[in-house]
Design a protein around this ligand. Structure first.
Ligand code: FES
Ligand code: FES
Length: 166
């Protein structure tokens, strides 16, 4: 099958590749770019494990063909930590608040929460729950994921994190 040459920016670096028209973006990211932090849970736009940030929007990368991302600016979980390895506030929050168990949903959750906090620096619990409603977690029951995002929101805003009484 004829292949198309595509270029895009991923985590700040220019990348390119030859892809078939049917190649999904998530497969391009995982197989061509060898960035396997973006997970595949369903390939049917249901679970959110494949979420990446594209041109300032959360996108399920199993929902797009790679050719549709030609020219895009993409951030994956590999681009969340600083160059010196310092964890992003969200990564720290998931660690500190035990926001993961098996970890399969975690990259998609963190990338989704990143965009959520870009759009709303101080979300309520309801806004967090609504904001991550496209990302499924089979393990945690979500409570600690919400706390992890609250932790990150507080850290980014420079205020102490105070856990709500249960
Ligand atoms: S793998 Fe894309 S939404 Fe599940
Ligand atoms: S931590 Fe296992 S699916 Fe979320």
């Amino acid at each position: 099958m004829a292949k198309t040459h595509i270029t895009m920016k991923v985590n700040g670096a220019e990348v390119e590749g030859l892809v078939e028209p049917r190649t999904l973006l998530v497969h391009f990211i995982r197989e061509n770019l060898a960035m396997t932090g973006t997970h595949i849970g369903c390939e049917t736009t249901h679970c959110g494990a494949c979420t990446v940030d594209i041109d300032c929007m959360s996108v399920k990368s199993c929902t797009m063909f790679a050719v549709q991302a030609n020219g895009a600016d993409i951030r994956t979980i590999e681009g969340m930590a600083a160059a010196d390895g310092t964890l992003h506030a969200l990564q720290e929050g998931f660690r500190e608040m035990h926001g993961l168990q098996c970890g399969f949903c975690t990259p998609g959750m963190i990338v989704r929460a990143y965009r959520l906090l870009q759009e709303n620096k101080n979300p309520t619990e309801d806004e967090i729950r609504f904001g991550i409603s496209g990302n499924l977690c089979r393990c945690t029951g979500y409570q600690n994921i919400v706390k992890a995002i609250q932790y990150a929101a507080a850290k980014i805003s420079g205020v102490p994190f105070q856990e709500a009484a249960e």
